[in-house]
Design a protein around this ligand. Structure first.
Ligand SMILES: [Mn+2]
Length: 347
C-alpha cells in the first residue's frame, strides 16, 4: 500500500519522492557499500557519511567509508570518525558506492568509485549527475538533511549516533545557523534530532570550542593583517606557512577563521587566501544574505554555496588578490542592486 503523502503533490515533490524511493530500493537490494565524499571533508561530508553508515548498519549492511583526506580534528571525538579510511583509491568488493555532498565524482579524490553502482546525493548547485541514481536538492541546507529523509524512508529508528551526525552536518553547513539556506524544515529536522538525544550545547562546544592555544594565536596573527576593500564591505585575510609556523600552528588550524570577519557589522563578505606555493592559492569566501560567492568561485573553477564557497587560483598573490577582490565587489554590487529593485510580480 502506498504511504499517505505528507504534503500536497507538485512536480518537485513527486521527483523528490521518486528519487528517495529509488535510493531506498537500491539500498534494500544490495549488501556491501562504500561511502565517499569530497576531498578536505567538512562537517556535512563527515556527518552525512556517518549518519548513512549507522543507518545502513542498522539494516545489517556492510559499510566502509573511504575519504581522500582526514576529518577536521574537532570532529575526531564523534562516533565512528576514527574508523574512516583515508586513501586515494577504493579497492574491494562492493555492490554500490554512495557518494554524498560531492558535485562531481572527481572531487572525491578517491579513484575507483566509478567501478560500482553509484548513488549520488548532493545539494551543491551544478551537480553533474554522475550516478546511476542521482538525487540533487539545491534547497537542502545540508546534505545531512537529505540523509535524514533517506533514514526515515528506510524505516530505520533515529539512533543517537545517526541523529548526532545529521546535526553536525546541519550545524556546520549552515555556519551555525547563519546562512540563507536555512528553512523551517531545517528546524523541524533539528527538533526530531534533539528528541532523539542530541544535545546541541555539547555538540557546539565540541566543534567550536576545541581550540589549541597555538590556533588562537594563529587566528590573532592572521586577523591582525586584515585589509578592507570596497569601502569596508569586503575583508581580505591571508596566511602563508611561515606565518602559521611562527604562531605555532598549522594550515589546518585556520579552519573556521574565515567566519570571524563577518562578525563585524559593516563587513558583508570575506575572502581568505592560503598560500599553497608562491604561485598557487586556496581561496575561501563567505558572505552575508544575498551576496552570491558561489558564482564568484565558479568563475575560478571552484564551487560551493551562495554564502560559503572556495576555489584554487594560480598566479602571483597581488594578481590573484586583485582578481578576486574585483569579482567579489561585483557580487556585492549585484546583491545591493537586487535588493533595491522592486520585487518581481512573479514571486
Ligand atoms: Mn554540504
Amino acid at each position: 500500500m502506498p504511504p499517505t503523502p505528507e504534503r500536497p503533490t507538485s512536480p518537485a515533490a513527486d521527483a523528490r519522492q521518486a528519487a528517495i524511493a529509488a535510493i531506498v530500493a537500491a539500498i534494500r537490494e544490495r549488501q556491501r557499500f562504500v561511502l565517499s565524499s569530497h576531498a578536505r571533508p567538512d562537517g556535512d561530508s563527515i556527518g552525512s557519511q556517518l549518519a548513512m553508515t549507522y543507518a545502513l548498519r542498522a539494516l545489517g549492511k556492510h559499510v566502509e567509508i573511504v575519504n581522500q583526506d582526514p576529518a577536521p580534528s574537532p570532529l575526531m571525538t564523534f562516533p565512528g570518525v576514527s574508523e574512516i579510511r583515508v586513501a586515494g583509491e577504493v579497492a574491494g568488493e562492493f555492490d554500490a558506492a554512495i557518494v554524498m555532498e560531492c558535485s562531481e565524482l572527481g572531487r572525491t579524490g578517491v579513484a575507483g568509485l566509478d567501478r560500482y553502482f553509484v548513488i549520488n546525493i548532493d545539494h551543491h548547485p551544478g551537480n553533474a549527475g554522475y550516478g546511476a541514481i542521482n538525487w540533487f536538492d539545491g534547497d537542502a541546507a545540508a546534505c545531512a538533511e537529505m540523509v535524514f529523509d533517506i533514514v526515515r524512508a528506510l524505516g530505520v529508528p533515529l539512533s543517537v549516533e545517526i541523529a548526532v551526525h545529521i546535526y553536525v552536518g546541519i550545524l556546520t553547513d549552515t555556519g551555525s545557523f547563519h546562512y540563507s539556506s536555512i528553512s523551517a524544515r531545517t528546524f523541524d529536522i533539528c527538533r526530531q534530532l534533539v528528541e532523539a538525544g542530541v544535545e546541541p550545547p555539547k555538540v557546539a562546544r565540541s566543534i567550536f570550542d576545541s581550540n589549541s592555544l597555538g590556533r588562537l594565536k594563529l587566528f590573532g596573527s592572521v586577523l591582525s593583517t586584515i585589509q578592507l576593500e570596497d569601502d569596508g564591505r569586503l575583508a581580505v585575510v591571508a596566511v602563508d606557512r611561515e606565518m602559521a609556523a611562527a604562531a605555532g600552528g598549522t594550515y589546518e588550524d585556520t579552519e573556521g577563521l574565515i567566519n570571524l570577519p563577518l562578525t563585524v557589522r559593516e563587513i558583508q563578505a570575506v575572502v581568505f587566501f592560503k598560500e599553497l606555493d608562491p604561485r598557487l592559492f586556496r581561496v575561501s569566501m563567505r558572505s552575508k544574505g544575498e551576496i552570491d560567492v558561489c558564482s564568484v568561485a565558479k568563475q575560478f573553477g571552484g564551487g560551493g554555496h551562495k554564502n560559503a564557497s572556495g576555489c584554487t587560483v594560480a598566479g602571483a598573490y597581488a594578481e590573484v588578490r586583485a582578481r578576486l577582490v574585483a569579482a567579489i565587489t561585483d557580487a556585492i554590487a549585484r546583491a545591493a542592486a537586487a535588493e533595491l529593485a522592486p520585487a518581481s510580480p512573479a514571486r
